[in-house]
Design a binder for this molecule. Structure first.
Ligand SMILES: C[S@@+](CC[C@H](N)C(=O)[O-])C[C@H]1O[C@@H](n2cnc3c(N)ncnc32)[C@H](O)[C@@H]1O
Length: 366
């Protein structure tokens, strides 16, 4: 696995829709474990009031970002949280917003290494929001420039204007330039492009049996058919280059989720682990839930076959695991002791707002 790729701040928005995890996680579980990433899965998980949440990442920068998200949850109101992370351009004088953001940041109690990583990041961006500055987000913003060229501004305006799914589906069937869209995906959605722009050789090895272009094309058409583009942060990032309206904000920005997470955060014990997920799990016991992100897509050799066996002694009977497969399915994986329960969550899987993953949900023991 290319640990080099994961050393820096790659993810700052949300590249997975945590609505799925919150559907699987029962309220008030004792001990849950989640890969950190951008942190946008963490607040929705906290909203379910777990006794303990263990946030794990091999990247110190990603962990720092998770810490900041939690601190802003603690110290800011919902309106301030949106201004800090998700300004949509109507907040007033940009210079004053920057001064305000810096003051907010300096009020946060962060681990000193985290504070210095993030302060540098904010300084590099003149104290604008850093939510779209991860390498992953920048790659998709670049794709949005291609989308504008291939599809044209008019098509994009129409696609993001619909208020009903029926209208959107009718447009896809009749007015949407499918051939041009396929050409766009063919250009943008190859391992070569992703490795060059983002993963520097660490892009997961595709063993899904589906060629890259069809994989991405299918995912986009599932998104276009299952939900409104104007409510989808991922579609807006990849086709418009940023989030344009409140309805499209990721789940952590939802007022109900935010308030529930805020109420829970001082009751839950929050732990940060800078290290490898499987090693951290091996050191824990009585775990009720694990949000793996798509970390196993980067495993190879013995680890990809045995990681579930290695963590069996750490799990409570009935524990649930959400693994997001992404192009690479672990080969020869020993699933003994686990039951696949993915089928129970079919509706949540359809509603998922990124659709680039094939999630697997497992239940341990019983
Ligand atoms: C696996 S990435 C997923 C991002 C996205 N879905 C993709 O494939 O581009 C999410 C987070 O996992 C972290 N990560 C990768 N491998 C890890 C490991 N073995 N243990 C803990 N965290 C890991 C990365 O640093 C990153 O912040």
């Amino acid at each position: 696995m290319g640990f080099g790729y994961f050393d820096e701040l790659n993810y700052t928005l949300a590249n997975e829709d945590p609505a799925l995890e919150t559907e699987v996680l029962c309220p008030s579980q004792g001990r849950i474990v989640a890969v950190g990433g951008s942190g946008a899965r963490i607040l929705p998980l906290l909203s379910k009031a777990p006794g303990e949440i263990h946030i794990v990442d091999i990247s110190k920068a990603q962990l720092a970002l998770c810490e900041l998200r939690i601190e802003t949850l603690r110290k800011l109101t919902h309106e301030e949280f949106l201004r800090f992370w998700y300004p949509l351009g109507a907040e007033g004088d940009p210079a004053l917003q920057r001064v305000w953001r810096k003051e907010c940041f300096l009020r946060m109690s962060l681990d000193p290494v985290s504070a210095s990583i993030l302060e540098r990041r904010f300084q590099d961006h003149d104290w604008d929001a850093i939510t779209l500055t991860g390498k992953w987000e920048k790659t998709f913003r670049f794709f949005s420039r291609l989308a504008r060229i291939f599809l044209g501004a008019g098509v994009l305006r129409t696609l993001f204007s619909f208020k009903t799914l029926e209208e959107q589906r009718a447009f896809l069937a009749t007015g949407f330039p499918r051939t041009r869209f396929r050409a766009l995906v063919r250009l943008a959605g190859s391992a070569k492009t992703f490795n060059a722009l983002l993963y520097r050789g660490s892009f997961p090895k595709n063993n899904s049996g589906i060629p890259y272009v069809r994989y991405y094309e299918n995912a986009f058409f599932r998104l276009f058919s299952n939900g409104l583009a104007r409510e989808n942060f991922f579609l807006q990032l990849s086709l418009l280059g940023g989030i344009r309206n409140h309805e499209a904000l990721p789940l952590e920005a939802d007022p109900g989720v935010f308030m529930a997470a805020k109420a829970a955060v001082d009751q839950s014990r929050v732990f940060f682990h800078h290290g490898d997920l499987i090693s951290v799990l091996e050191g824990l016991r009585e775990v009720d839930f694990i949000s793996f992100s798509n970390v196993p897509a980067y495993f190879s050799g013995d680890l990809e076959r045995t990681f579930l066996a290695r963590i069996r002694q750490s799990l409570k009977s009935g524990a649930k695991l959400v693994i997001r497969h992404y192009l690479h399915y672990p080969e020869g994986l020993d699933r003994s002791g686990y039951t696949k329960v993915t089928g129970k969550y079919a509706q949540a899987l359809d509603r998922e707002k990124v659709q680039m993953y094939d999630p697997e949900i497992l239940e341990f023991g019983l």
